[in-house]
Design a protein around this ligand. Structure first.
Ligand code: TYD
Length: 137
């Protein structure tokens, strides 16, 4: 499966402007249990830098832009999120980092579960160990 899994959202538009609707198990490939947004990120800051054991997420830059780096433990790839029409699916066991936030960036994230610190893998070495044990149990 591709490291960068983008989702192009249908945009409803009329003379008043534009609208995107996000729905569980439709254009978002899981039951949405939590929504959070990251904003007012200071210059040069890198966020994320973790993977999740089970939680899946979709991130959408609803304003401004940032660069999302994805890493499955074997290869890395990045993509600039700069459109409210574009989401990126962050699967479980995908190390992800957010770089190059614009000052006006608002990054909306939909998650498949509530916030549990125990679901985080915050050490890159632990992540690699888990990926290897997942591939070669
Ligand atoms: P953190 O995971 O460090 O953010 P990022 O991965 O974007 O760099 O989270 C920052 C703080 O917010 C940390 O104290 C945990 C808290 N937090 C919640 O309470 N609920 C949440 O849903 C999230 C994502 C974070």
């Amino acid at each position: 499966m591709s490291l960068i899994q983008l989702i192009n959202f249908d945009v409803k538009g009329d003379e008043r402007g534009l609208l995107v609707a996000l729905e569980s198990n439709s254009n978002v490939p899981f039951d949405i249990k939590r929504v959070y947004y990251v904003f007012d990120t200071k210059g040069g800051v890198v966020r994320g830098c973790h993977a999740h054991k089970e939680i899946k997420q979709v991130a959408v830059c609803v304003h401004g832009h940032c660069r999302m780096l994805m890493d499955d433990g074997i290869s890395k790839a990045d993509v600039v999120l700069d459109s409210p029409e574009l989401g990126i699916f962050i699967d479980r066991l995908q190390w992800h980092e957010m770089h190059d936030f614009s000052e006006d960036c608002v990054l909306l994230v939909l998650a498949s579960d509530y916030y549990h610190e125990s679901d985080y893998i915050r050490e890159y070495d632990d992540f690699i160990k888990r990926v290897n044990s997942h591939v070669h149990p």
